[in-house]
Design a protein around this ligand. Structure first.
Ligand SMILES: [Zn+2]
Ligand SMILES: [Zn+2]
Length: 136
């Protein structure tokens, strides 16, 4: 398991107090976090600093964002070695009962056949259903 310091170093992101706090929080979560989730968990940190930190992380491929259809962008830490390239993209799972979104790192998205000269940059593949907890 990579530490916060390892990740920031590998992704060449300068370590600051807020970045360390936000990444530590994200690493501990089993589900993807919205800005609001993070804001609620880190009560001493203001929303705009958290948002800026998330943008920096996203630009540097520390985390990826997920549009799960809930209307709130969620964020999750990238797997080790991820470059957020098309071959690194994976399915996400949205639980319709508890609203949690999970990364399915072991389920890569299938190769998408595109018209000539089209270039894939992002794909938002979300499977929906009940998570293990809600499906009891
Ligand atoms: Zn659930
Ligand atoms: Zn993910």
């Amino acid at each position: 398991m990579q530490t916060v310091d390892d990740i920031l170093k590998i992704k060449k992101v300068k370590s600051t107090a807020i970045r360390t706090v936000v990444l530590t929080h994200l690493l501990k979560q089993e589900k993807a976090q919205s800005l609001k989730d993070i804001e609620n968990a880190l009560i001493y940190t203001d929303r705009s600093s958290i948002f800026r930190t998330l943008k920096t992380f996203e630009e540097n491929k520390v985390i990826h964002s997920i549009e799960d259809g809930s209307g709130m962008t969620k964020y999750a830490v990238c797997a080790e070695g991820c470059n957020c390239a098309p071959e690194d993209l994976h399915y996400h799972f949205y639980c319709t009962s508890c609203d949690k979104t999970f990364c399915l790192f072991d389920v890569p998205i299938p190769k998408i056949q595109l018209p000539e000269n089209f270039k894939l940059q992002q794909a938002n593949m979300v499977a929906k259903g009940l998570c293990g907890h809600c499906n009891k």
